[in-house]
Design a protein around this ligand. Sequence first.
Ligand code: GZL
Length: 327
Amino acid sequence: MKKGIIAGIALLGVMALAAAGCSGSAGATSSGGAKSDKVITVGFAQTGSESGWRSANTESMKDAFSAKNGFKLVFNAADNKPENQIAAVRSFINQGVDAIVIAPVVTTGWDDVLKEAKDANIPVILEDRTIDGSADLYKAWIGDDFKKEGETAGAWAAKSLGAQATNMVVLEGTTGSAPAIDRATGFSSAIKGSQIKTLDSQTGNFTRADGKTVMEGFLQKYGKTINLLFAQNDDMGLGALDAIKAAGLTPGKDIQIVTIDATHDGLQAAADGQFNFVVECNPLLGPTVAQTVKDVLAGKDVPKSQTATDQSFTPEQAKTALPDRKY
Ligand code: GZL
């Protein structure tokens, strides 16, 4: 599949986006096209404010969809409730916005409301998470490769611990969300054939509070037999740290921890030796999403999917990276 590379200038540096498939202006990073003075009204249905990653993503989107960039943003945070998010999209349709952007809490339940948007001739762009719905119901998706993130985390676990009997517990993200589904798929494929055994796997809803509560339950049930924690985001891992210490165990040593996001607090935990490996999931999607909205409204072809480039961090790499990280 022909891949164009789109370099979108994100807030904190260049975020190279590999654009899959599709012809068209795969390189537009300026406003492009004929200068239009019409303010573009965009309805943005965000999941909520469940994690440090989400806060960084919201800030990136609000900065990109600002008045100075020619937008009027109608913002809704759905408190991680799919029904709230669908109601917000219906409200955007009724308001007659020019375009709708959605970070879908879960992958299912989108067909009806996206058909309504299509019937109202309002283009929909997905950012961050994906949906199971038919691909003709949205113009483009911009986000990160969750399956690859899971594979990277799993490869580290297999390499570091897989040669000896290892008991793992998993803090899963929001049930039914694309990152929870795809990170689990990637991780389990990477540890296949290793001696890593999953003792338990439960959702912590991507939050610190739930990560702590679920980890307390794991520790009550399995105690010192736990060797490894895979937390599908930093925040659940950070919540688990409190539970691990309260149980008199040392995170990063008695229980090794691998997480995904690479927020500032996650990298700090790695630098402090409490997390053993952190995989990045870049939240700074705003500039590329905003450019895609402008291109769609200008009638340009846009790539169906644009994927951010993610890196990973050992404790030493986290120490080096921290001074330049701003999320
Ligand atoms: C991933 C994003 C996930 C993050 C969590 O792109 O959807 O949701 O990993 C966030 O921190 O809550």
